[in-house]
Write a protein that binds this ligand. Structure first.
Ligand SMILES: *Cc1c(COP(=O)(O)O)cnc(C)c1O
Length: 402
């Protein structure tokens, strides 16, 4: 008697080709190395992922505790989010960025911005369409368009261009063909920030070429300098061609809650909504209610979170400098983007593997963010200062120095 065939022998059960178009997910390899090190009893200091380590502020947790016992929230939420949350988002955007939004038409709650970014690509890009994507980038910026079947035109972010894409250098035929441009400031992984001119120029470029401009504003509230990051929507004309993605994951330590929102052009919001009605039901209403509590926290609450990252940044940057690294302190975000000198003779993946094996310190190879990230590693500020001090101590006594 023949045994039933396993999945891999059933040819018709091979995965869709779109999955094979994705570049390798480097984080998986890093996870295997981490698991192995843990098994060998190593004390890991994980500065790899961008997962905030502190708990969600207690007023938000308490708001969820109350909301979860409300039977009215136990059914499907409205597809387009609860009106009270959208009104709270509009209030937040007005208070923090002086941006006026019409809650019913220009705002859409999301199960995190990663979900929204992937679905936006699916809603706007067909097979063969062209997307302008920075390299390095937050992985879904590239992977969303690739899954949608689009072709990618990479915009290199380098130390020379200040990690800002040179839109003037895009060939005319590429600009004419492109459908979508993604930018992200404060930037992950490079830590770069920009002044308003850069956002204004992006708006101008996209209006000129009728390109959908997507701004990922995940780190809008994590900044260390007096000049705070600008929302894209502050600039005139932005709403004609633009949409901005916000998340509560970083500013409020709510990464596990899966809540964020998109704001901007009414038609784009409606299109994203139309696609999502076919795929999901949105965010649990109790979580939307708790997210309202987050948006109404006093400003001192985020100030505390900012100060924590600032303190960690200062400690890490001065420790790295003392070791001989050349490093620019990031002015926003949760990461230090460290250039590996050629003299080390190691790829970013090799460097991370050696660092993990020698010291138990986990950082992310730049190549995980695309080819443009090779030659760098990203260090996340997601451990308390005592652990960062310990990481620096071990790193100092390793061979992994410039
Ligand atoms: C962390 C992060 C996000 C947040 O994603 P969520 O799905 O909202 O948790 C989005 N964009 C960038 C660049 C990020 O670093």
């Amino acid at each position: 008697m023949s045994s039933p065939a396993s999945g891999s022998e059933l040819i018709k059960l091979s995965p869709a080709a779109r999955l094979s178009r994705l570049p390798a997910y480097i984080f998986v390899r890093l996870d295997e190395l981490k698991a192995e090190a843990r098994k060998n009893g190593k004390d890991l200091i994980d500065l790899g992922l961008g997962n905030p380590d502190a708990p969600t502020p207690s007023p938000v947790v308490n708001a969820l505790r109350d909301a979860v016992s409300e039977p009215a929230f136990h059914g499907y939420p409205p597809f387009d989010g609860i009106p009270e949350f959208k009104a709270a988002i509009a209030g937040w955007m007005k208070r923090r960025y002086q941006v006026e939004l019409e809650p019913a038409r220009e705002i859409l709650p999301l199960a995190g911005s990663k979900e929204g970014l992937a679905h936006l690509a699916m809603a706007y890009l067909d097979h063969g369409d062209l997307a302008l994507i920075p390299s390095p980038c937050y992985p879904v910026h590239q992977r969303g368009p690739v899954l949608a079947g689009a072709s990618i035109f990479s915009l290199p972010l380098t130390a020379e261009n200040g990690f800002v894409p040179d839109l003037e250098a895009i060939p005319a035929e590429v600009a004419a063909a492109a459908k979508l441009l993604i930018i992200n400031y404060p930037n992950n992984p490079t830590g770069a920030t920009v002044n308003g001119d850069v956002l204004e120029r992006a708006v101008h470029f996209c209006r000129q070429h009728q390109i959908l401009l997507v701004h990922d504003f995940a780190y809008g509230e994590i900044y260390f300098e007096p000049e705070r990051p600008h929302s894209l929507l502050e600039f005139s004309g932005a709403k004609e061609i633009g949409i901005e993605f916000h998340t509560l994951s970083k500013a409020f330590n709510m990464a596990g809650w899966r809540v964020g929102f998109a704001a901007g052009n009414e038609t784009v919001i409606k299109t994203l909504y139309a696609l999502k009605t076919n795929i999901d039901y949105g965010v649990f209403a109790a979580i939307q209610t708790a997210a309202m509590a987050a948006l109404s926290l006093p400003d001192t609450e985020i100030e505390t979170i900012r100060n924590t990252y600032r303190q960690r940044r200062d400690l890490l940057v001065s420790g790295l400098k003392a070791m001989g690294w050349r490093v620019n302190p990031p002015q926003a975000g949760m990461y230090v983007w460290l250039a590996l000198p050629r003299s080390l003779g190691m790829s970013s993946s090799e460097f991370c593997e050696h660092l993990l094996n020698e010291t138990g310190v986990v950082v992310t190879p730049g190549i995980a963010f695309g080819d443009g990230g090779e030659g760098y590693v990203r260090i996340s500020l997601v451990a308390p200062v005592e652990r960062l001090r310990e990481a620096l101590r071990r790193w100092q006594s390793s061979r992994l120095k410039p």
